[in-house]
Design a protein. Structure first.
Length: 259
């Protein structure tokens, strides 16, 4: 894939989504600590317009819960693209479960023929860090946006100063995770550079999200035990709304396309 070379492949994502269950979009807007800050952030930038025909697309849309959320909460027509067949099927089922018509395209993002300058919202969560050259992936996001459309991208915080990176190191899986994640973009300055000189007006950028120990422990354990889950929730509630290079679970950008 040249400059767009990915750090993962289709088999990786098929295994990731294999055996996953249908979810419910309401979890995104619930009081679960891991989602609450994300919900508040979106409320700051998105509004529901009655009668407006607006399209939102998620790049890397396996499961599709965010698409259901954008449709239910803000009235967007949901589109998604993913190259995991199992992930695409899960997204279609979740849209159907929510009573929504949507379009899920099962294809390689860079080989697809998605219409340029056609979407009011382009979103991805945990996608660009899986590429060697994430800037090219950001360009793909931007070219799909209409003038004035919104770009929202989130990535996990495995920056060198984060507790999650340190935990990965201590439990011996830092090297394993680095094979599939581009750690180099997980500092605020490096993350910001990805969006400069791309015809975007940055509305908000930085660290977000409460403590979420799943970032470090879930890849190794695979199953979250109830006591751990409860402890994680409590820590999450205690750090809601804080923006911390060390503790925040992710980085986010919200930007508007200029032309």
């Amino acid at each position: 894939m040249g400059q767009r070379e990915t750090k993962t492949d289709k088999e990786f994502w098929d295994k990731t989504w294999e055996g996953s269950r249908l979810g419910h979009y309401a979890k995104i807007s619930s009081l679960m600590a891991a989602n609450y800050d994300f919900h508040r952030l979106l409320k700051r930038h998105l509004e529901k317009k009655k009668g407006a025909k607006r399209k939102a697309i998620e790049l890397g849309s396996a499961k599709g819960l965010e698409l259901v959320y954008f449709a239910k909460e803000f009235g967007y027509e949901p589109w998604g693209i993913d190259y995991s067949e199992h992930g695409c099927e899960m997204a279609r089922l979740n849209l159907k479960k929510a009573g929504l018509d949507g379009k899920i395209i099962c294809a390689d993002l860079f080989k697809s023929k998605l219409p340029k300058k056609s979407f009011d919202l382009v979103y991805s969560g945990g996608l660009i860090e899986h590429f060697e050259n994430p800037g090219k992936v950001v360009e793909k996001h931007a070219e799909l946006l209409k003038k004035g459309g919104l770009l929202i991208i989130t990535i996990p915080n495995y920056g060198k100063s984060s507790i999650y990176r340190q935990m990965l190191h201590k439990i011996g899986i830092e090297g394993e995770i680095s094979k599939t994640h581009n750690f180099g973009i997980m500092e605020k300055a490096a993350f910001r550079k990805l969006f400069e000189k791309r015809g975007l007006e940055i509305l908000e950028i930085g660290y977000y999200g409460p403590i979420n120990l799943n970032l470090a422990l879930e890849p190794k354990t695979g199953v979250l035990l109830i006591p751990f889950h409860l402890i994680n929730q409590v820590l999450g509630y205690l750090t809601l709304g804080r923006k911390s290079r060390r503790l925040s679970s992710g980085l986010v950008v919200v930007a508007r396309k200029k032309n």
